[in-house]
Design a binder for this molecule. Structure first.
Ligand code: SF4
Ligand code: SF4
Length: 298
């Protein structure tokens, strides 16, 4: 079985317990305006240009007229790129690459199995992230099933914005669910992500696997006392919740988006400072829910 991934990251300490290998899948049904992994939004691979490495030598344009130069800028007409890779091979400083590749479940398992000693010693395992694992549910389930057979702890990072069949497919071999709740208000959620939160809210109430609920606190979107309080109160009532984690927005996604020519995602928000985040965490904790701030209990 094949899937499309952007990367497999090793020894991560941010995506579940212990040292973990994280498989980043391509494809997501949401379009959060602050997305910090915009390279995973589209399902298919895409040409990436790292401007700081480009010497404007013109070797890419010599092999393909998708590349051009104007006003000191390197332009790429993505609508005509067939991802043949000729320009990537022609680019000596490595400014060009293809973001995304097709891999089999076996290839993923071969890669992550190398870290078995780390999983065992640290209480870690494998996390399938994205993008959204629900967009490649069978592939995700294939990875989780093989991990389970090898005795590796399994987790997914998901927005839960899909139907019940997809949820059941993802959960069958999953030991831990790390789910995002981006806004409690359906209309605001729709405005900020392009999708309703109704499936997310319904699934959260039904999940029986250990659950970590996380909210990225986004300036101008969900960073007000009442919204945080309502989300924390909702979290407090979830049957499988381990804890509720508030995450500070960071603007890393902007540079990644620009490398992929996604200029509509080219402006960063001002991140909230530690004091503001601590205040929101205190508000969350006042509802009685076990509260974490950026992965640490308060
Ligand atoms: S071949 Fe590489 S370094 Fe040369 S212009 Fe193209 S992207 Fe820039
Ligand atoms: S990947 Fe192929 S089609 Fe796309 S820009 Fe490079 S040479 Fe042209």
């Amino acid at each position: 079985m094949n899937g499309i991934i952007t990367d497999i990251q090793h020894a991560s300490v941010h995506d579940g317990p212990g040292f973990r290998s994280v498989v980043f899948l391509k494809g997501c049904q949401m379009r959060c305006f602050w997305c910090h992994n915009p390279e995973t939004l589209q399902t298919m691979p895409r040409l990436s240009l790292e401007n700081s490495k480009c010497l404007f030598c013109g070797r890419c344009a010599a092999v393909c007229n998708v590349h051009s130069f104007a006003d000191g800028k390197h332009l790429i007409d993505y609508s005509r790129c067939s991802l043949c890779g000729r320009c990537v091979r022609a680019c000596l400083p490595g400014a060009l690459s293809v973001c995304g590749r097709s891999v089999t479940v076996d290839e993923v398992i071969d890669d992550i199995a190398e870290d078995m000693p780390f999983y065992k010693n640290s209480g870690g395992g494998v996390t399938v992230s994205g993008g959204e694992p629900g967009c490649q549910a069978e592939f995700t389930a294939g990875i989780l099933k093989c991990c389970r057979e090898l005795g590796i702890h399994t987790a997914i990072e998901t927005n839960l914005g899909y139907g019940e069949n997809t949820l059941n497919t993802l959960l069958e071999y999953c030991d831990l669910v790390m789910a995002d709740l981006k806004h409690i208000d359906p209309e605001k959620h729709q405005q900020g992500t392009g999708c309703s939160n109704l499936q997310t809210l319904e699934h959260l109430k039904k999940i029986t696997k250990p659950l970590i609920l996380r909210t990225p606190v986004i300036p101008g979107f969900n960073d007000d006392d009442e919204t945080i309080r309502q989300m924390a109160a909702f979290a407090a009532g979830l049957p499988s919740l381990l804890y509720y984690d508030l995450l500070t927005y960071h603007p890393l996604g902007v540079a990644k988006a620009l490398r992929l020519g996604m200029t509509e995602r080219g402006s960063a928000l001002e991140p909230l400072g530690p004091e503001a985040m601590r205040r929101f965490a205190d508000i969350a904790k006042s509802t009685g829910v076990t509260t974490y701030l950026n992965g640490k209990e308060i």
